[in-house]
Design a protein around this ligand. Sequence first.
Ligand code: COA
Length: 328
Amino acid sequence: MTLPGAVITGWGTALPDTVVTNAQLEARLDTTDEWIVSRSGIRERHVGGTVSTLAIDAGRRALERAGLAPEQVDLLVLATCTPDLAVPATSAAVHFALGLSGGAFDVNAACAGFVYALVAAHGAVSCGAAQRVLVIGADCVSLLTDPDDRATAVLFADGAGAVVLEPSDDDGLLAVDFGVDGSAHDLLTCAHGGYMEMEGKEVFRRAVRTTVDSASRALQRANLTPDDIALFVPHQANLRIIEAVASRLGVPMQRVAVVVDRTGNTSSASVPLALADASDAGRLRPGDHVLMSGFGAGMTWASTVVRWNVDTAGSALASSPGTRGEKR
Ligand code: COA
């Protein structure tokens, strides 16, 4: 039996309208634009909305780009570690608002969540459980961030990115590597009702080492080398991590997708935001190999190599109004 493959046919993004610049943070925290830019590469970030409002906007745009009616989609996989509610899964509300068919579930693998969700979606298409899948990464990490903690408040923010997967004889997902090192689960945590706490230096070291190893394994499994990669889409946590990973992998920065300077760390949303930004900028051609890598709390990681098969045309990261409800 030949299992059907799946390819990405649409993508979309949503960022809250409210932009917080480093100058605004300078005004209320003991920090400077120079510190934030030199340590993280972040210049501004978007804050606001809820995971469901952002996911709905990004999902709708991805469906439009794919030319699909909502009812043609029979599975929603939503990666988030900041769900609107503890129960039910946020994907239920998003599924209803978009008017999708079939099932829906959430995935929490922190900043590696989108790649995990993509793998789950691909598996659902391959085994015939679903025909067309909407995969969304959406997080409002600002809700879990102590606004007075300069160590985290400058880094984390909100957003959503989505892709549509459709069946194809020519499979677009060439290789996967994922894993978790639960022995390090206490390096980056947020207790119920609390705020994010992080051992920044150790997380930095692990992010570089683990992303390089995982991306290398995915490349090896796809029988590709870094030279074969048209676009590397790493998790957007910190420009210094991205540069260190790219340099160790041997992928020049001209072939790396970067939005962290404009978005901050949006966790599950970061990889699809960067992927959509690059494709909207016309940086991808049919046949191009795209390497995506996520890394996050857990500590989780996930990398995949996909073959791009859509011609892209220019537009910018989409902003979305979005009103924020009560803090959880
Ligand atoms: N402004 C000014 N100073 C700050 C600051 C801020 N916003 N945040 C922290 N500092 C201070 C620290 O208190 C420390 O002061 P001290 O030396 O008096 O104790 C000093 O700056 C140096 O901090 P340090 O931790 O050595 O800086 P760093 O070079 O490691 O950069 C991070 C800090 C958090 C930017 C970096 O470690 C990092 O990016 N880690 C990974 C975080 C991440 O990606 N998390 C998500 C993974 S999914």
